[in-house]
Design a protein. Sequence first.
Length: 72
Amino acid sequence: MWYDRDPQFSAVTLSQQGAVPVEEIYGERVQLAPFAVVQLIRIPVLEVAVRRFNILDREQVRARAEMIKVVS
């Protein structure tokens, strides 16, 4: 991934023989390494055995709902 920062200044080249002045803009490019956005959830085995519903499926549904809430 790379992004170009907003330029802080520009340079104008003077024209010759009635030509239009040329404006040169110098920017800075930033490169970022990709990274995963995840959260590991640890659920005790005893808690899984006690529950009457599949806790892993419920955690996936809750995670999707949270991600939709953040995006909206």
